[in-house]
Design a protein around this ligand. Structure first.
Ligand SMILES: [Zn+2]
Length: 201
């Protein structure tokens, strides 16, 4: 369940000493207050939905909603509203979401760079995860590297999903027979997605 709604938060209040209160006739007591409204998701402000506000006379305590303001008060209120910036924290949920998406993107990119580096410079002990058949996944382990080829032993077992495949990556699961793949072919298999992960300890 996602809990959301909207809230109003006070941003600032300023006195305008030039204004006269139409209700009590005192000059200098009108204060304008500006509020920001935002949508919260789980109480974290996420989307700003603009500003609102009112004026109040400090002598007679009369509150003027925008539609009740005379022209002078309205002008003063609108100027102040226009000059008031919505605080950044009213968007903090959106910022958090953007940062999380960015971190995932960077992490994916770094992992892909690592895998290309491993493919270009294979090392004994590298483990390649590949799709053996429809919804069956298995691993190959590098046992020897030559100038243009890589020698693997293959896993006798397959696993039904990508996640958790480490469970079959143990010595007793691997065959004794070596299997040779050219480096070029390996890159083709990686680019096609047959090989989908390369691990190095
Ligand atoms: Zn007043």
């Amino acid at each position: 369940m996602v809990i959301y709604g909207w809230r109003t938060s006070h941003i600032k209040t300023e006195a305008n000493t030039q204004l006269t209160c139409p209700h009590c006739g005192e000059k200098g007591g009108i204060h304008n207050s500006i509020y920001g409204r935002y949508v919260h998701i789980f109480w974290i402000p996420t989307i700003s939905i603009g500003k609102t506000g009112a004026a109040q006379c400090q002598h007679c305590k009369k509150v003027y909603e925008p539609k009740e303001m005379n022209d002078d008060i309205k002008r003063s209120y609108k100027t102040m509203k226009g000059d008031t910036r919505i605080p950044f924290w009213h968007f903090s949920g959106a910022a958090i979401i953007a940062v999380i998406i960015g971190l995932f993107a960077i992490n994916d990119k770094v992992e892909a760079q690592d895998e290309m580096e491993y493919l270009n410079n294979p090392m004994v002990g590298d483990v390649y995860e590949y799709e053996a058949d429809n919804n069956e996944y298995s691993t190959l382990k590098v046992i020897e590297v030559s100038e243009d080829s890589v020698f693997f032993i293959y896993n006798n077992y397959t696993y039904t999903q990508k996640a958790g495949i480490e469970i079959i990556d143990v010595d007793s699961c691997y065959s004794d027979e070596a299997y040779m793949v050219s480096r070029e072919e390996l890159k083709v298999m990686y680019n096609e997605g047959t090989i989908y992960d390369v691990n190095r300890n």
